[in-house]
Design a protein around this ligand. Structure first.
Ligand SMILES: Cc1ncc(C[n+]2csc(CCOP(=O)(O)OP(=O)(O)O)c2C)c(N)n1
Length: 642
C-alpha cells in the first residue's frame, strides 16, 4: 500500500493531505523514525512524542516564513522528514550526514541552530521583535519541553517576553519528563494543572478561608459552590503564565491531531505572547520507549522487535567507574554530596541516588544553579561533587569563577564527555574545558589516562581543599585493572611512562595511550621519544617540562581539546616563563573551529589524533627541524636497509 509519507517533500505536500488522514501519516512517521533510529541511534523517545505536534504546526502555519524554533532541537526528526530530508535519514548523526539537531546550513526550515536547553524562547522573542521592527506579520513559535522550561535561560526569556508583549507563541510540550522524570516546583505546578489539582486545591483554600469568616463565612462558602464555574474562571490553570503576561491555552492532548489543529488555527489569530500547553507521552507509539523513556532518550542502535540495545562488549565506561568510585568514597565520607543538572543517568549519579537519596540533588536543567548551590554547600562544610558534561559546564562559567574559584571553595567538578563526543556534534563536543578552566585562579585541573587513574583522581579532587576538576571522556575505559585501594595522587606531579632521548611527548587524559602507541611507532623509525602523562594541566609539572627540555630539546604536546588556550598552551607558557627559548615545540590537538558530528573514531582520524597520525606529525616535525636528528634518522635508515 502506498504511503502518505512518500508523497511529502515539503510542508506544501503535507497540506495536500486530507485532515482525516493525518493520524495515518503520524503512524507512518513513527514507524519510519523507529526504524531509522534503531540503526543510527538518536533521540527516539522525545521524537515519538512530538509527531502530531510537528504535523499540526507545519499544517497550520506557513513555514519557513513562519518560524519554528525547537528547544534543544533533539525532537526535530518529524520536522526534518516533512521538510525534505526524508531521503537522507539513513545518514542521521553519521559523519557527513544530516545532523540530529536543527542546522541552518541544512535547511531554510531550520530557523536556528540549537543543542543546549532553554534557547528557544530568547531566540523566538528576538525573531518576533525583529519582525515587528521590519513591519512583518509572520508567526514565531518556540517549542519547548517541560524539562527545558526549568532552565534559567527559558525563564529569563519568558520574563522578557511577557513584558515586551510581541506576538509570540510558546508551545510547552509537557511529558513530565526531562531525560529522567522532571523535577522541581515548576514541574510540580504543571502536573497540578494537568491533573486539575491546582483548581481543586485553590477552590478548597478559598472555601476554607470563606468558612473562617465569622458569621457569614459558612453561607458564602455554599454560595461559592453554586458559582463554581465563576470560581473556575478566576483560578485558570495557567495562572502562573498569565501572571507573566502570557495568554494561557491548555492543557491540550498533544496526540489528538484535530484538537491541535483547531487550537493552532485559533491561536494564530491571537495577539501578544501566548503559551499553548500540550500534554504528550514520551516514546508514544513504541512500547519499549514508552516504558523506558529515559533509556530511549538518547538511544544507541537497538532491535526494533525486542527493544533491546545492540551494545558491544566493552570495558567499563569512565562514567561507570566514576559512579562506583563516588559511591565507595561516600560510604566512608558522609560529607560528600552529589549534584546533577538533569543528567543523573548520563553522569552515572542514578546509582548514587539509589544508595544516598538524602545526599543527592537533581536540580533540573540548571547548571548555573547547580554550581552555586554546590558553592553554598561547601561553605557549610560539605564536600559537593558536581557531575556534569563538559559542554554543559560552559553554561555555568561565571558561577565556577565567581562562586567557587574566587572564594577558593572545595567543590569538585566531575566533568564527563570531555573531548570528542561523536554523533551529537558541535553543540555537544567537550573540547573547551581545559582552556576555559585553566585560566581560573585556584583551580586544580586534571585528566586521567585511564579508568584506574580516574578513581584516584576523584579521591584526590574530593580531598583537595579548594576548587578542582577531573575531566574524562565519553565511552569505555582502557580495560585496565582497577586498584582495590583508591588513593590520592600528589597534586601537580606528572608520571614518566617511557623515557627517551630524541623528543618527549607530553600528554594528558585519553591521549596518553595513543601517545604511547605513537612512541612505539616512532621507535620503529629510529626515533627515541619519551612519553609523559602530565596528569595535571594546572598546576603543571614545571620541573618535568624543564628536565625534558634539557634532555631532548623537542617537545610535543598531545591533547583532546582545542589548541587555543589548552594544555599545549600551558606548556608554551612554561617555556616562555622559564626563558627556554631554544626549544622546538609542536602542539597536537583540535584546530580553531567547531568540530562536526560523526563517530568518535572517524573524528579522531580526521583530526589526526590516532597513534599513527601522532607519530607521523612528530617524525615530520623532527625531520623538518633537526639536521642532526635527520642525519641520525638517515643513518638508521641506512642501517635498516643494510
Ligand atoms: C543546558 C543543557 N543541559 C542539559 C542538556 C541535556 N538534555 C538534552 S535534552 C534534555 C531533557 C529535555 O527535557 P524536555 O525539554 O522536557 O524535552 P523532552 O526530551 O522531554 O521532550 C536534557 C537534560 C542540554 N541539552 N542542555
Amino acid at each position: 500500500m502506498s504511503k502518505l509519507l512518500d508523497t511529502i517533500n515539503s510542508p506544501v505536500d503535507l497540506k495536500k493531505i486530507e485532515r482525516e488522514n493525518l493520524p495515518k501519516l503520524s503512524k507512518e512517521i513513527r514507524e519510519f523514525i523507529v526504524d531509522a533510529v534503531s540503526k543510527t541511534g538518536g533521540h527516539l523517545a522525545s521524537n515519538l512524542g512530538v509527531v502530531e505536534l510537528t504535523i499540526a504546526l507545519h499544517y497550520t502555519f506557513n513555514t519557513p516564513e513562519d518560524l519554528i524554533i525547537w528547544d534543544v532541537g533533539h525532537q526535530c526528526y518529524t520536522h526534518k522528514l516533512i521538510t525534505g530530508r526524508k531521503d537522507k535519514f539513513s545518514s542521521l548523526r553519521q559523519y557527513e550526514g544530516i545532523s540530529g539537531f536543527p542546522r541552518r546550513e541544512e535547511s531554510v526550515y531550520d530557523a536556528a541552530d540549537t543543542g543546549h536547553s532553554g534557547t528557544s524562547i530568547p531566540i523566538a522573542l528576538a525573531f518576533a521583535k525583529a519582525r515587528d521592527k521590519n513591519n512583518g506579520n509572520n508567526s514565531v513559535i518556540a517549542v519547548i519541553g517541560d524539562g527545558s522550561m526549568t532552565s534559567g535561560l527559558a525563564l529569563e526569556g519568558l520574563n522578557n517576553a511577557g513584558a515586551l508583549n510581541s506576538n509570540l507563541i510558546v508551545v510547552l510540550n509537557d511529558n513530565k519528563m526531562s531525560i529522567s522524570p522532571n523535577v522541581g516546583a515548576i514541574s510540580a505546578h504543571l502536573n497540578k494543572i494537568i491533573t486539575g489539582q491546582l483548581y481543586n486545591k485553590m477552590k478548597g483554600e478559598v472555601e476554607y478561608l470563606l468558612k473562617t469568616i465569622p458569621g457569614i463565612g459558612g453561607q458564602m462558602a455554599k454560595l461559592a459552590h453554586r458559582v463554581e464555574e465563576a470560581v473556575k474562571g478566576i483560578f485558570v490553570p495557567g495562572r502562573f503564565f498569565e501572571d507573566l503576561g502570557f495568554k494561557y491555552v491548555g492543557p491540550i492532548d498533544g496526540h489528538n491531531i484535530n484538537h491541535l489543529l483547531d487550537t493552532f488555527e485559533s491561536v494564530k489569530k491571537l495577539k501578544g505572547p501566548i503559551l499553548v500547553h500540550i500534554v504528550t507521552t514520551k516514546g508514544k507509539g513504541y512500547k519499549p520507549a514508552e516504558n523506558e523513556a529515559d533509556s530511549f532518550h538518547g538511544a544507541s542502535p537497538f532491535d526494533v522487535t525486542t527493544g533491546s540495545f545492540k551494545r558491544k562488549k566493552a570495558p567499563p565506561s569512565y562514567t561507570e567507574v566514576f559512579s562506583k568510585t563516588l559511591i565507595s568514597l561516600a560510604k566512608t565520607d558522609k560529607k560528600i554530596i552529589a549534584i546533577t543538572a538533569a543528567m543523573a543517568d548520563g553522569t552515572g549519579l542514578d546509582s548514587f541516588a539509589e544508595q544516598f537519596s538524602d545526599r543527592f540533588y537533581d536540580v533540573g536543567i540548571a547548571e548555573q544553579h547547580a554550581v552555586t548551590f554546590a558553592a553554598g554547600l561547601s561553605l557549610k562544610g560539605f564536600k559537593p561533587v558536581v557531575a556534569i558534561y563538559s559542554t554543559f559546564l560552559q553554561r555555568a562559567y561565571d558561577q565556577v569563577l565567581h562562586d567557587v574559584c574566587l572564594p577558593n571553595l572545595p567543590v569538585t567538578f566531575a566533568i564527563d564527555r570531555a573531548g570528542i563526543v561523536g554523533e551529537d556534534g558541535p553543540t555537544h563536543q567537550g573540547l573547551f574545558d581545559l582552556s576555559y578552566l585553566r585560566s581560573l585562579p585556584n583551580m586544580v585541573l586534571m585528566a586521567p589516562k585511564d579508568e584506574n587513574e580516574l578513581q584516584h583522581m576523584i579521591k584526590t579532587a574530593i580531598e583537595y581543599n579548594g576548587p578542582s576538576a577531573v575531566r574524562y571522556p565519553r565511552g569505555s575505559g582502557e580495560g585496565v585493572k582497577l586498584d582495590k585501594d583508591i588513593k590520592t595522587i600528589e597534586i601537580g606531579r606528572a608520571e614518566i611512562i617511557k623515557d627517551g632521548n630524541d623528543a618527549v611527548i607530553l600528554t594528558i587524559g585519553n591521549t596518553v595511550y595513543p601517545s604511547i602507541e605513537a612512541s612505539t611507532i616512532l621507535s620503529g623509525k629510529g626515533i627515541d621519544a619519551a612519553v609523559v602523562n602530565m596528569r595535571f594541566v594546572k598546576p603543571i609539572d614545571r620541573a618535568m617540562i624543564k628536565d625534558f627540555c634539557k634532555k631532548t630539546g623537542f617537545i610535543f604536546t598531545v591533547e583532546e581539546n582545542v589548541l587555543q588556550g589548552g594544555f599545549g598552551s600551558a606548556v608554551l607558557e612554561v617555556l616562555e616563563e622559564e626563558g627556554l627559548n631554544n626549544i622546538k615545540v609542536k602542539r597536537i590537538g583540535l584546530p580553531d573551529k567547531f568540530i562536526e558530528h560523526g563517530s568518535q573514531s572517524i573524528i579522531r582520524e580526521k583530526y589526526h589524533l590516532t597513534p599513527s597520525a601522532i607519530a607521523s606529525a612528530i617524525s615530520e616535525f623532527l625531520l623538518k627541524h633537526s639536521f642532526q636528528k635527520q642525519l641520525k634518522f638517515i643513518n638508521n635508515a641506512k642501517k635498516a636497509v643494510g
